[in-house]
Design a protein around this ligand. Structure first.
Ligand code: ZN
Length: 139
């Protein structure tokens, strides 16, 4: 498996997920929106999670939200020393101002300072020539 400049695995870009990764590389957070019911969803799928409609379009969402849930990693099980160098790191579920929730790493905040409801913004770490990973930091 190829690695990012940070020594972590490169995300797999598929026809389904490529729009998310390439938009992130351009500093934009995008998600699929259902043309039938308007539902926004973080995890790319061929159908709407609410109504099953197949007509989804990629739209930009505001890169702002609040911490919905969080967990601190103090050990890593995978064989990627680069992640060990980041320990401890905080993973969150972020509730975006536009509605959907998404996973992301929280940076710039020690684990003991993370609070449910804390305001965060997305930032984008380039991991390859065409992809970046969305992470969050306090605002
Ligand atoms: Zn729908």
């Amino acid at each position: 498996m190829s690695q990012t400049p940070q020594g972590k695995p490169v995300p797999e870009l598929t026809d389904l997920t490529r729009p998310f990764w390439t938009a992130a590389k351009q500093g934009k957070l995008v998600m699929q929106k259902c043309s039938q019911c308007g539902t926004l969803d973080f995890l790319p799928k061929p159908w709407c999670i609410e109504c099953g409609h197949l007509d989804l379009e990629w739209v930009e969402v505001k890169p702002l939200g609040t911490v919905y849930s969080h967990s601190t990693a103090r050990t890593v099980m995978m064989n990627y020393p680069a992640w060990k160098n980041d320990l401890p790191f905080v993973m969150c579920i972020i509730e975006l101002d536009d509605g959907p929730r998404m996973y992301g790493q929280l940076t710039g905040c020690p684990p003991e300072k993370v609070r449910i409801g804390m305001r965060v913004e997305a930032w984008f770490e380039a991991v390859s020539a065409e992809a970046a990973v969305a992470k969050f930091r306090p605002v």
